[in-house]
Design a protein around this ligand. Structure first.
Ligand code: ASP
Length: 509
């Protein structure tokens, strides 16, 4: 999208060519993987290092950004309306995505007459529910690098002893329990973000009521948050290389197994239906929502979010992409910190439009392929469970495949036929993660419009702390720029330590 496409008041596109470099590295990686699959699959080390660097940022960034967001509001009660809008947005867009998925799969009917009965049999033979869980555990372990034992612990529905047919009450019960933890550190170790977000909101909300007694800790949280975001900027400099290795290794491994193109041919209509549905949501419905609420060019917004979207495609993880999503939304797309700091961490965990759409399509595709009749009630059940399953899915590779078991169970579809979609799931995961991340970004832009104007006013505790620190620091070791940028702090002497973060709407060079 050329820069001239922006309307007055819109942030201009980033000046750097990073997005282009990342795009080129993805294309080059796929070409290398198809031509030299064995060489490409050996590049996994570079990809794993890059992924680890991203992942190690996630827990500290989520905690510091959510806390910093609450502190920026000055009072947790001001979160009421934006928080409500965020939840409403998550629910509406997820349901919309499911409806698009249902329409696409019923229209295209990718499972009817496209999968031979031998394939159906060979993909399911001998697999009972325990064997299916085993296959999904293996697939998840391969994609995420987490051991199977840890997967069983973190995802009880995959444990060998899991209950096979949880009812709707159990699903809701588990979703509520996901919000809380009896051990914060355990949640951090297992990257369970929801309890960390709940804790951060409560803790920071409480800080806002304690006045000047907690000035130092308030200031510290804000500075940690800014420092971490600068770390992300640094990390993005090696993104093209890391992403090249990640994509080359994964596509190379698929090609080396000799079945990649064959698998694609077999399930081509299914892949096309999922990707087509995701495309409609990504390029029509979400842009429309963005435009209605912001009156800005949605395609320019996609361009601004480009680095995050390409990182999502490469990592297949919303959580690992979160640092880049926050960076792009703030620095490139001009979404305010107060909005990105809530909406993106929460969205990366519970708002998964792409996953919901995929789950609905996959369940009905399996039903079509095995000739399992689905009436309107069954389709409605799929819609509801796909929405809940997407909320429950973690932002990690192939998490959607795990929660798919809930959807299949709900309508009595035999779990063993998940084998029909297993082989291409790693590829579809990339497309749905990209849509998940874009949905979060649009959510941040929409919610940005709903913050009370007073939220921009100085936070008394933070402003006092900043002024005090700036005044007492020798030659200004802390600058106002290092304090929450929403706080109005009087100018201070030149700073020795200034993170020099670009203001929201500024462009990076
Ligand atoms: N990988 C997706 C994500 O991180 C979740 C899924 O498997 O659908 O957003």
């Amino acid at each position: 999208m050329p820069p001239s496409a922006s309307t007055p008041g819109e942030p201009s596109p980033p000046k750097s060519h990073l997005t282009l470099w990342i795009l080129l590295s993805i294309v080059a990686a796929i070409v290398v993987a198809l031509l030299f699959p064995h060489f490409a699959s050996r590049l996994s080390l570079g990809g794993e290092v890059f992924l680890s660097l991203l992942k190690m940022m996630v827990v500290p960034l989520v905690v510091s950004s959510v806390m910093s967001g609450i502190l920026g509001l000055g009072d947790v009660r001001k979160l009421g309306i934006p928080g409500g809008v965020a939840v409403l947005y998550y629910m509406t867009t997820t349901v919309l995505a499911v409806v698009i998925g249902l329409a696409a799969v019923n229209l295209i009917q990718p499972g009817v007459g496209t999968v031979s009965s031998e394939t159906v049999e060979s993909r399911s033979s001998g697999m009972g529910a325990p064997a299916v869980r085993q296959a999904v555990r293996e697939s998840l372990a391969r994609e995420s690098g987490v051991t199977e034992k840890d997967i069983s612990r973190a995802l009880p529905q995959l444990a060998p002893t899991a209950q096979d047919k949880p009812d709707m009450g159990t699903i809701l019960h588990n979703l509520v329990l996901m919000l809380f933890t009896d051990n914060l550190f355990k949640s951090a170790v297992e990257t369970q973000l929801l309890p960390l977000i709940v804790f951060s909101i409560i803790f920071a909300g409480m800080l806002t009521t304690l006045g000047s007694r907690v000035d130092s800790i308030t200031l510290m949280i804000d500075q940690i948050n800014h420092a971490l975001m600068n770390f992300v900027l640094l990390l993005m400099k090696v993104a093209p290389l890391g992403i090249f290795c990640l994509v080359a290794a994964r596509f190379g491994a698929a090609q080396a197994s000799g079945e990649f193109l064959d698998e694609l041919r077999q399930t081509g209509w299914y892949v096309a239906t999922v990707v087509g549905g995701l495309g409609v949501h990504m390029f029509i419905s979400l842009p429309l929502i963005y435009w209605i609420f912001t009156r800005r060019n949605p395609y320019l917004f996609i361009y601004h979010m480009g680095q995050a979207l390409l990182t999502a495609f490469s990592t297949a993880s919303s959580s690992a992409t979160l640092p880049v999503t926050m960076e792009c939304a703030q620095a490139n797309a001009g979404v305010s910190e107060r909005s990105t700091e809530f909406v993106l961490p929460l969205g990366a965990t519970i708002n998964m439009d792409g996953t919901a759409l995929y789950e609905a399509v996959a369940a009905i595709f399996i039903a079509q392929a095995i000739g399992f009749p689905l009436d309107l009630t069954a389709q409605l059940t799929i819609a509801v469970t796909a929405t809940l399953a997407a909320i429950g899915a973690a932002g990690i590779p192939e998490a959607g495949l795990v929660t798919m078991l809930i959807v299949l169970n709900a309508v009595g579809l035999p779990l063993e036929y998940i084998g029909l979609i297993l082989s291409v799931d790693w590829l579809l995961d990339r497309f749905r993660t990209t849509v998940n991340v874009f949905g979060d970004a649009v959510g941040a832009a929409v919610v940005d419009r709903t913050f009370p104007v007073t939220a921009d006013q100085p936070v008394p505790a933070l402003a006092t702390a900043a002024a005090g620190t700036a005044a007492t620091s020798s030659a200004g070791t802390v600058s106002p720029g290092s304090v929450n940028s929403r706080t109005a702090v009087p100018p201070a002497p030149p700073a020795a330590v200034d993170p020099a973060r670009p203001a929201a709407g500024d462009t990076k060079s």
